[in-house]
Ligand binder design. Structure first.
Ligand code: SAH
Length: 397
């Protein structure tokens, strides 16, 4: 059977990375004399062929994007359709159902689940999705049909925003794909319910990627006072207040975040133990230090300080500064959780930043655990880009 899809021909040897499991194709790898990229519409599907015309798989193309094409399937022919999306969803769902007691998790983590450019997070009856590429945008009706078939949620919300979409020249919007647009979602972690208003939400509403790391802190954490810095909805802080900490302070520069933390503390019966500080983290930590405050545990879970490679040097400085500030606030035998979701910062660099901060503040640091994104955000060994979250759980004496 010949493929009904138009071909996308690669230059010699450029099929190698694809055959080793990586799904991306860059423009310089394409034999544009034979198959000019300009001939394709954004999001169009193609049959990828090696330089001899042998099929490698099915991909979608975006001639405007740095990543010109992404493989959707290694089948030689056919096209990526609702059936393929449904099959991927079933495989993804099986893993999550094995991992978690309730339907609260990342259901699809893009490339890691064979659906490049698509994220789906599940909040019980509500699924919140983010599409990052033109190819996935074109598949939106098929995705909606497959989600209805495999998951059957009351609603599917598209929160299609973010820098990735701008790179693909896609419009930004929030819209219901299935059912009615809800005004809030509810994440559940370890018996706590977090209600997140969607108007002020980051990403899909909740950061499931840190759940297993929070679990670990709940096992190892002890002491009276915890400082949750870059708290967002207070995931770390509220869970600590429910397990070991008598007093928690959550710091965030977003007022809606602080309000949501207060509301969620109240809803979970933790009001007496949780305070919020609406401030810039760097300023707040300095002020707490000047005030002579001490904490048994400090959690640093900042937004990516290094968004692009060229911000690397400045970003590393920011990680050093915030870690130093945290160490100055830690009790003589304290715990520090320090994280980075910057793709451009390696674990070694985070480790170096922490050690540098220890030396400058006269502390001694021992790493008790290395942290990474949870198992509902699987990492593909062939695709380094699927691993982004790193963290260290440290004892600081
Ligand atoms: N720790 C959270 C996720 C943090 S997301 C969790 O476990 O779910 C990053 C948060 O940092 C956002 O809520 C954002 O409002 C906040 N933030 C960004 N820059 C900040 C700054 N300079 N000072 C304080 N908070 C900041």
């Amino acid at each position: 059977m010949t493929s009904p899809l138009p071909p996308l021909r690669l230059k010699r040897g450029e099929d190698r990375r694809l055959r080793h499991g990586h799904p991306w194709i860059y423009s310089n790898e394409i034999d544009t004399a034979q198959t000019p990229l300009k001939a394709f519409e954004p999001g169009e599907q193609v049959q990828v062929q090696d330089s001899r015309g042998e099929p490698v798989g099915i991909a979608y193309v975006n001639p405007h994007s740095l990543i010109s094409a992404r493989l959707l399937s290694r089948r030689p022919d056919g096209a990526a359709d609702r059936g393929l999306v449904a099959e991927r969803l079933r495989v993804a769902l099986r893993l999550r159902e094995r991992l978690y007691p309730t339907p609260h998790y990342r259901l699809v983590h893009g490339e890691s689940d064979g659906l490049p450019g698509l994220v789906l997070d599940r909040y019980g009856e509500v699924v919140v999705g983010q599409i990052a590429t033109a190819g996935m945008e074109r598949l939106r009706p098929e995705i909606e049909a497959a989600v209805a078939e495999v998951v059957g949620p009351a609603c599917l919300v598209w929160r299609n925003a973010g820098s990735a979409r701008r790179l693909e020249q896609l419009p930004e919007y929030v819209e219901a794909g299935i059912g009615e647009l809800p005004d809030r979602i509810q994440a559940v972690e370890d018996g706590l319910t977090f209600t997140v208003p969607l108007v002020s939400a980051q990403k899909t509403g909740w950061f499931y990627d840190q759940r297993a790391n929070r679990d670990l802190l709940m096992r190892l954490g002890s002491g009276e006072r915890l400082l949750d810095v870059f708290a967002y909805q207070g995931g770390w802080g509220l869970r600590a207040a429910a397990t070991f900490a008598r007093e928690v302070i959550c710091v965030d520069s977003s007022l809606p975040s602080c309000q949501a933390i207060e509301a969620n503390a109240a809803a979970n019966g933790l009001s007496g133990r949780v305070d919020t500080l609406h401030a810039d983290a760097f300023e707040a930590l300095k002020a707490l230090r000047e005030d002579g405050q001490r904490f048994d545990v400090v959690v640093l879970d900042p937004p990516a300080f290094i968004k692009r490679r060229k911000d690397h040097k400045e970003g590393v400085q920011a990680y050093r500064r915030i870690n130093q500030l945290a160490m100055k606030l830690l009790a003589p035998d304290g715990l520090l959780v320090t994280c980075s979701c910057s793709h451009h910062l390696s674990e070694e660099e985070l480790m170096a930043a922490v050690q540098d901060s220890a030396v400058r503040t006269g502390r001694h640091v021992a790493v008790l655990a290395r942290l990474q994104q949870g198992p509902d955000h699987p990492v593909l060994p062939a695709v380094a880009e699927t691993a982004y979250l790193k963290g260290l759980l440290c004892r600081v004496t």
